[in-house]
Design a protein around this ligand. Structure first.
Ligand code: ATP
Ligand code: MG
Length: 438
């Protein structure tokens, strides 16, 4: 069997939980069951299911059946790789038994801790294993997902981009055997502030949504923080020109779902804009760079002064703001992506999105722009107009966003449309680059 690390996605009623298993050949049924029970403590899970290539559910109740599942999955993973795709995680669906039982009566071990030498032959001592059963799901996730990513295990590849404050690199994590995006931000701050940032970032381990970039780890080396996340091979939306409405519709659904998820965790994104919306060739759309750490945001803001052109009028004028400010930013971002230009022609965004406050005053003073009805559907025009109401209270709240006819129309789970469009744009970009070299 394939001995490469795999990602198992446990589908729970409260969301998905991804766990990286460094040595799948050592995984046994009980280990996995204990891990599942730990993330679903309220259910009595006795078995789980996976889907075969035609979508039929197959139950796993023993080591033999687990082996069959892993070997089926490894074949699919190899096939996806051969086709140039990043493998999907192995999705498993926990099955709850009818009567509540005594949990962990066999004293089973969670044997999924990555060990430092990446040597699969050492079992986890019982004391550690039993301890990990008591850990919160967030912490368990961290143990399962990456242990610790150390600076020396990261091999930097190319630079993906540079924003206000940080530089993002594509990198390879040797132990986890996966590609990462690592954002490196130089910060001259005290050790106390560093600790505060690290503890504020803890919440990222809890974020678990298909519409939010997966966070792996963060660490300080000298005066730089490195934030390691999932790599998205389509990059950010700011580099795509004009996006056709039927593609943008599916993107908008993912963004709205991502925001709704963050809001449900009481997190405001605070920096919704096209460069923080990432896509991949599988047609997934995910949000990144949301402001979970006030201290990190403040520390960066000390070096980079300016106001973000996607900010809602109430934020530009320094008033209090909430969820509705994210809704504005999403609206203006979609409008820019639909038009292929920033909707306020007098605002020239040359480098990045930060500008002197005075230049953005028109956003506060003028009536918001409206998409031309001749070029876009009525539903789309209405959706953007609602999101960009000057009065925050008139903008749709989370449930109204999901219920908007434009979102309903494109909420069909069709990732294929986005995937084909991303692949075509990347292909065009490659062709243009090649032509430029000739
Ligand atoms: P700002 O600093 O104002 O947020 P920004 O979003 O453009 O601006 P960064 O967040 O530093 O700047 O990102 C720089 C670029 O790196 C992005 O525009 C995007 O193209 C790329 N990038 C960031 N994260 C990823 C990722 N996870 N996968 C692939 N590319 C990424
Ligand atoms: Mg960004």
């Amino acid at each position: 069997m394939n001995t490469e690390a795999i990602v198992i996605r446990i589908k729970t009623p409260s969301g998905d939980m991804d766990s990286s298993v460094d040595c799948p050949s050592l995984l046994n049924f009980n280990d996995l069951l204990v891990a599942i029970r730990d993330v679903m403590p309220e259910a009595t899970v006795t078995a789980f299911e996976y889907e075969d290539e035609v979508g039929d559910r197959i139950t796993v109740r023993s080591d033999e059946e687990l082996k069959a599942m892993l070997s089926y999955y490894c074949n699919t993973m190899n096939e996806q790789r051969m086709n140039g795709l990043l493998p999907d995680p192995l999705q498993i669906f926990p099955r709850a038994g009818k009567t509540p039982g005594i949990r962990n009566i066999h004293g089973l071990k969670v044997n999924t801790r990555p060990n430092p030498a990446n040597d699969c032959s050492h079992a986890v001592p019982d004391s550690i294993a039993n301890n990990s059963l008591k850990k919160s799901s967030a912490e368990l996730k961290r143990i399962l997902t990456n242990g610790q990513i150390n600076a020396q295990d990261i091999h930097y590849q190319e630079q993906l981009g540079h924003g206000n404050g940080g530089t993002v690199y594509k990198a390879y994590h040797v132990h986890g055997k996966r590609v990462l995006a690592v954002k490196v931000i130089p910060l001259d701050i005290t050790v106390e502030l560093q600790k505060q940032i690290m503890s504020e970032l803890e919440i990222l381990y809890k974020c678990d949504s298909p519409y939010i970039i997966t966070f792996f780890s963060a660490f300080f080396v000298e005066n730089r923080i490195s934030i390691c996340t999932e790599f998205m091979d389509g990059g950010s939306l700011d580099v795509y020109k004009r996006i056709p409405e039927h593609v943008l519709g599916r993107i908008a659904v993912a963004v709205v779902k991502g925001l709704t998820y963050l809001w449900s965790l009481k997190i405001l994104h605070r920096d919704v804009k096209p460069s923080n919306m990432l896509v991949n060739t599988r047609g997934r759309v995910k949000l990144c760079d949301f402001g979970v750490s006030t201290q990190l945001v403040n520390s960066i803001a000390k070096t980079y002064v300016g106001t973000n052109a996607y900010m809602a009028p109430e934020r530009i004028s320094g008033e209090q703001y909430g969820i509705h400010a994210d809704v504005w930013s999403a609206g203006i971002s979609f409008m820019e992506l639909a038009l292929g230009m920033f909707p306020y022609p007098q605002i020239q965004k040359n480098q990045g999105s930060l500008m002197p406050l005075q230049l953005l005053q028109c956003i506060v003073d003028e009536d918001p722009p409206v998409l031309p009805v001749s070029q876009f559907s009525e539903k789309f025009v209405h959706f953007i107009t609602q999101c960009m109401r000057r009065n925050p209270k008139e903008r749709p709240a989370p449930n109204n966003l999901m219920d908007h006819p434009f979102i309903i129309q494109y909420n069909d789970g069709n990732a294929e449309v986005v995937s084909m469009w991303v692949c075509r744009c990347l292909e065009e970009r490659r062709a243009q680059l090649a032509q430029g070299r000739m």
